[in-house]
Design a binder for this molecule. Structure first.
Ligand code: FEO
Length: 398
């Protein structure tokens, strides 16, 4: 009793949806859930490409067994060792003790380290292939997309790229599994939130991977999370190229922390000026309200960023501190930058936010605005001028 999902006559989707887990990596809110994608190739030889998070083993193996109808598994391809994909390795080796585990030289020690398995390994190197019958898998390493051992494989007879975390997305597969069966636009924000927060630090490795894979004739991209692409392949590659070059679109993220509304008011004034001078894409966020993963996603999208924080015990507001720390970890570059801040007895936030911009080589578009106590006329005008300067900077690029 299982209606199989075919990528081709011998290749099947056997992934699962997770709508129960609240936080991916115990950090990132799964507002719309996540899918753990896995694939079976049922040819003369049987291969499984990646497993699923351990808690979903039962529903996953039921699909695998329904397809294999008693056949044994010859190969488990481990494209990536993060446990959302490798979590069922140990139990799978108990079910299929003769199965070979396929990985590269960095994968195999991780399998031993995580799961205590040190036999039946089949090491593959860059460009190696495994013949399964009419299907053939060829392997390419893509280090740091998302871990050092990350690799992808291309099924040569159908031109299907099993891309692991690359081109993955948050969001469950709600009926539609292929991109031409669903509303692609519904997933774009979750694709970018996944990319920016999970892989976003590794822009250069992603660029190298795109160049390496650029020569392949890809007809389908089958990632480890989110939709399978057969209609929007060029668009997906373009988006990854843009995000991994940290190329921002016209628009401004105004992210602030505020205890009693004074820094918030400064942010509102600047945002209003940005819009009045012609920028339509303005996203204003209170970092104490919106999870930083959503704000980071928009920072990857837009070229302008204005940060505001009160001084809190001679530091940044703690929620702004967490946000800017993550931005610095991610190394987002090539942004226009403005700073706002308020204090009651001694100012520190503006200086600290300016340092963030300097660390990331962002271009300051105006003097930072710092107000003591509530916003008053002089600094109101300065906030307005800061917003205007941001808009003019962006418009000059049109
Ligand atoms: Fe979906 Fe890096 O694991």
């Amino acid at each position: 009793m299982y209606k199989q999902v075919n990528l081709s006559d011998k290749i099947y989707y056997v992934g699962v949806n997770d709508r129960r887990t609240a936080l991916f990596e115990n950090m990132w809110p799964l507002d719309r859930g996540v899918s753990y994608n896995s694939y079976v190739i049922d040819d003369e030889k049987v291969a499984i490409i990646d497993t699923v998070e351990a808690g979903h083993f039962e529903k996953w193996i039921a699909k695998v067994r329904a397809i294999l109808k008693g056949r044994k598994v010859d190969y488990l391809v481990v494209n990536h060792m993060e446990p959302d994909h490798s979590g069922a390795i140990r139990i799978l080796t108990e079910l299929y003790p003769d199965m070979e585990i396929v990985g590269n030289k960095k994968t195999l020690p991780m399998i031993e380290g995580y799961y205590g398995i040190n036999s039946n390994f089949k090491e593959v190197k860059e460009g190696d292939s495994i013949d399964l019958g009419s299907n053939k898998l060829t392997f390419y390493t893509v280090p740091m997309v998302h871990w050092p051992e990350s690799m992808v494989c291309m099924e040569e007879s159908n031109n299907i790229l099993f891309s692991s975390d690359a081109f993955g997305s948050f969001g469950t597969l709600d009926g539609g599994i292929f991109d031409d069966e669903l509303d692609f636009e519904h997933y774009v924000d979750e694709m970018r939130r996944y990319y920016s927060n999970i892989v976003g630090k590794y822009g250069n490795p992603v660029q190298k991977a795109l160049k390496k894979l650029g020569g392949l004739d890809i007809k389908m991209i089958a990632p480890s999370h989110g939709p399978i692409y057969r209609e929007n392949i060029a668009r997906m590659i373009d988006m990854y190229d843009q995000w991994s070059r940290y190329e921002g679109e016209e628009g401004v993220v105004v992210a602030y922390a505020s205890m009693y509304g004074n820094t918030e008011e400064m942010a509102e004034v600047a945002a209003r000026a940005v819009a009045e001078y012609g920028i339509k894409n303005v996203r204003v966020y209170d970092v104490s309200k919106t999870h930083i993963s959503h704000i980071i996603s928009d920072v990857f999208k837009y070229k302008g960023i204005i940060l505001g924080s009160p001084t809190y015990s001679n530091e940044l507001h703690p929620n702004m501190e967490a946000f800017v720390m993550k931005l610095q970890h991610l190394g987002v570059v090539n942004r226009y930058f403005g700073v706002l801040g308020s204090f009651t007895w001694a100012g520190a936030s503006v200086k600290k936010l300016n340092a963030v911009g300097e660390n990331l080589n962002w271009e300051a578009i105006a003097e930072a605005v710092e107000e003591k106590h509530a916003l008053k006329e002089g600094k109101y005008d300065a906030c307005w001028q800061l917003g205007k300067a941001m808009a003019e900077k962006l418009i000059a690029e049109r």
